[in-house]
Design a protein around this ligand. Sequence first.
Ligand SMILES: [Fe+2]
Ligand SMILES: [Fe+2]
Length: 261
Amino acid sequence: MRILFIGDIFAKSGRKAVSEKLSLIKKKYDIDFVIANAENTSHGRSITIDHYNQLIGYGINVMTMGNHTFDHQLAYITLKNAKWILRPYNIKNSTKEAKYGKGTILLKLKNKSLRITNLVSQQCFNKFQTVNPFVALEKILSCAKKSDLHIVDFHAETTSEKKAFLLHFAGKVSAILGTHTHVQTADEQIYNNTFFITDVGMTGPKDGIIGAKVEPIIKMFCGKSKYFKMEPARGRYQFNAVVMQWNDQTLHPEKIIRINF
Ligand SMILES: [Fe+2]
Ligand SMILES: [Fe+2]
């Protein structure tokens, strides 16, 4: 069983990368199922229902989100209507945002059950209220229906928090995949039967600053402006992802392949 996980799809360039490369990658690695973080799909901010449908058409099966989940005013419509999208599970229950979408999903894949969960760090500059992601995953593990495989997208800023997440949950879930920093790390591994990478990276503009247009950001870092207006960069794209392979019979994790081109 092989599952592909694509790092944050960023704006038009990211959508183009998926449209041009996904079917080739699926064929090359014999992929059974595709998950993608889609929090930056629409101009870098969340995802509209049209872009969601576009990505489903390109062959993505389930999408996860992050701190940018509600940055686009049309995101609420997407979360309300789209079946195959997750927002962070640990959005505080009493808030408006928690009424839209779901944070964990259980589905069937090749006669096995697969759970996918999306969590966000509390250090992610979220514009919505959250509860502790460690406590949230503990709750899923103790209360939710058990599954053969459980893949977690942990959307977080710091390498330390992601490593702590691995060491706390290794052996209890099948994969912990870091997203959010848009810079792919080279530490993919299998630790105590759990696939892990600190950050899968980003699928979108190659020559921007983690996806965004360069000049306004440099201006800000040089002290010439206090804020910047984020615009997606143009030009070449990059494709960042990982392939996870489990034994079809035993579901023992066999290998993880990092994709970066
Ligand atoms: Fe992102
Ligand atoms: Fe993010």
